[in-house]
Design a binder for this molecule. Structure first.
Ligand SMILES: [Zn+2]
Length: 193
């Protein structure tokens, strides 16, 4: 069986805010017993993560309560291109004109003409923390992080909580995290390796 992850990404936290917010969320997760405070080699992304705590069930639905999480939580507090792992971005929607541009063919191959400007912008954002893309539909220059991706495939942000091999996190749990993050807009990424 492959490894999968669920990532709750804060789309609004800036680089200065991210570490403080991460600490607040982590304190709550540890107090609830959802994860442990210590960090071990229990995640597949960064070197260290927080293993599941005694009350990890509080983050998942009752139906999943016997599907033990078998890995931990990785917390990202630096500029990160979060993405959905296997597969690719299917489509992207412009926040200005609302037009959705398909990025793959029916055979799941990337359409290079549509994808190339985004690929370049992603690389630029990764280096510099900002990048603009001309919307393929309305031609307006839009900041890369403002686009919406099908299935939240990408998120360009400074704060993310990546749960490795956990049963599905509940909407209630996500809402609680959102409250702890001052009601910031979140993206929910899911992917597997
Ligand atoms: Zn547009």
């Amino acid at each position: 069986m492959g490894d999968h992850f669920q990532t709750i990404v804060d789309l609004e936290a800036g680089p200065q805010q991210a570490p403080r917010l991460a600490e607040r969320v982590l304190e709550w997760l540890v107090a609830e017993g959802i994860v442990l405070a210590e960090r071990t080699d229990c995640v597949l992304g960064p070197p260290l993560g927080h293993p599941p705590g005694p009350n990890w069930q509080r983050a998942v639905g009752p139906d999943d309560a016997d599907g033990d999480p078998w890995d931990g939580l990785a917390v990202y507090t630096e500029r990160t291109v979060f993405h959905g792992g296997q597969g690719g971005p299917e489509a992207v929607t412009c926040p200005r004109c609302g037009t959705t541009t398909r990025l793959i063919t029916d055979q799941w191959e990337l359409i290079d003409a549509a994808w190339a400007p985004f690929r370049e912008a992603i690389s630029a954002w990764h280096k510099a923390g900002e990048a603009m893309v001309d919307c393929p539909a309305c031609a307006e220059a839009v900041p890369l992080p403002d686009f919406t991706w099908a299935d939240d495939y990408f998120a360009f942000a400074h704060l993310g909580f990546e749960f490795w091999n956990w049963p599905e996190l509940t909407p209630e749990f996500r809402t609680r995290i959102s409250e702890l993050l001052d009601g910031h807009r979140l993206a929910d990424l899911w992917g597997k390796l």
